[in-house]
Write a protein that binds this ligand. Structure first.
Ligand code: ATP
Ligand code: MG
Length: 398
């Protein structure tokens, strides 16, 4: 089976294009690496994935639909340029029925075939109509069979299936995303993956003050996101010591913002070993008290690293739709014990300043708390396909 892969070419010129094409080729190979015999070919500026016919189309479809950089893809079939072979192939593609209307579109790149395009469309159309009872509809058919006639053979393609679009993983640099068990942050990570970034994850949990549900969800989310990028590193960080220090030493109205600043600092300390260039969070402007513009700025001021917030301008419905697409929604919807639900004040600050937060932090052993959190982090490495998880306990101990 041969599948034609299309990408959006906008803005891809010169050397950028070959870099992009090479990364896409590698990403496609990686997504199918457990399907023996898979090959990716680039010919005349066209990209094809070839797999043995024994590979189920559903399975291949599932894989290709999750390779960032793929705009759309279509199964193609090469048959001899003979009427009988074309009729048989048309029946194999559409003869199963299950649709009310269809059309056949023929393009003749080579004009040696005795039938004109319109004649061949009518011939193949009547064969399919007879077999399925479906009507020919040239305007808005449910299904379309594309036939491209070459000199010796013909290329048949069914509908284009949508890919995720975006850019191939590995073209955008490395990012470390802060992922809670909520709906938003996994979507933020997913958006950066689709934009071509390699995204690692860090999750903060309050075990043993709370149960392990948060850690379990973070793992499941990492697993789901790995479907889109092949490999994911997840750092699991114990946050209870930080929370206890903040609760004991600082004003309740600043608590959540101080937690956030610690999360960013700890994440920033993890960046060098990941060669990450930016952090990423799931903040959406105004969604909760800690996500007002002044508060976001005061939180970001704790670190030098850029903090990407890809959901800032999205509303909850849009984010939820993305979460369903990314395959993270069902996981996020499970109940958990979010570490930030611990010791939440009644009246949180709506417009704190960085100076105010720094003053509050003066009472704390910042460096010690960050260092202990980093050293105690547990790392998990996920890969797909085939699905694997590798645990590295206290991988960061000196
Ligand atoms: P989410 O749905 O991702 O929890 P949210 O809109 O509920 O996001 P908050 O809970 O206020 O927002 O958290 C803001 C951001 O801080 C999150 O999107 C996430 O990036 C980060 N964050 C919050 N809690 C954690 C945590 N326990 N571990 C890792 N990151 C966290
Ligand atoms: Mg949350």
């Amino acid at each position: 089976m041969r599948v034609r892969i299309r990408w959006h070419e906008l803005g891809l010129k010169g050397g950028n294009r070959s870099f992009f094409v090479d990364r896409l080729r590698k990403a496609l190979l990686a997504a199918c690496q457990d399907l023996p015999g898979t090959r990716v070919k680039v010919r005349d500026g066209r990209m094809y994935v070839e797999v043995p016919d024994a590979v189920p189309w559903d399975l291949l479809q599932e894989r290709l639909a999750r390779v960032p950089g793929v705009a759309n893809f279509a199964r193609t079939r090469v048959v001899p340029a003979e009427l009988d072979a074309l009729r048989a192939a048309a029946l194999e593609e559409l003869g199963g029925g299950g649709f009310a209307s269809f059309r056949v579109r023929v393009r003749r790149a080579d004009k040696s075939f005795p039938l004109r395009a319109g004649e061949l469309e009518a011939d193949l159309g009547s064969v399919v109509a007879l077999a399925t009872g479906a009507a020919v509809d040239l305007e808005r058919p449910e299904r379309t069979l594309h036939v491209e006639m070459a000199r010796r053979d013909a290329l048949l393609a069914t509908e284009r299936e949508p890919g995720p679009g975006g850019m191939p993983v590995g073209t955008g640099g490395r990012v470390l995303a802060l992922v809670s068990g909520g709906i938003d942050s996994p979507v933020a990570a997913w958006r950066m993956i689709r934009r071509g970034c390699n995204v690692s994850l860090v999750n903060f949990h309050a075990f043993p003050l709370q149960d392990r549900t948060m850690q379990d969800k973070a793992r499941e989310l990492a697993r789901a996101l790995t479907r889109w990028q092949g490999r994911t590193r997840l750092f699991s960080v114990a946050f209870a010591p930080v929370q206890q220090a903040v609760v004991a030493g600082c004003s309740p109205r600043l608590r959540v913002l101080l937690y956030r600043r610690f999360m960013l600092r700890i994440a920033e300390a993890l960046m060098p070993r990941l060669r990450a260039r930016a952090l990423c969070t799931g903040d959406s402007l105004g969604q909760v008290a800690s996500q007002t513009l002044p508060n976001l700025a005061a939180v970001s001021a704790a670190v030098q690293a850029p903090v990407l917030r890809p959901l800032l301008g999205m509303d909850k419905a849009e984010i939820t739709a993305d979460a369903r697409r990314a395959g993270t929604f069902e996981i996020s919807a499970l109940p958990d014990q979010d570490c930030c639900q611990l010791f939440v004040p009644k009246r949180p600050a709506l417009a704190a300043t960085a100076a105010e937060l720094e003053a509050a932090e003066a009472a704390l052993d910042l460096r010690g708390l960050v260092r202990d959190a980093v050293y105690g982090a547990e790392e998990l490495r996920f890969s797909f396909p085939p699905e694997r998880v590798e645990v590295r306990r206290h991988a960061l101990c000196p």
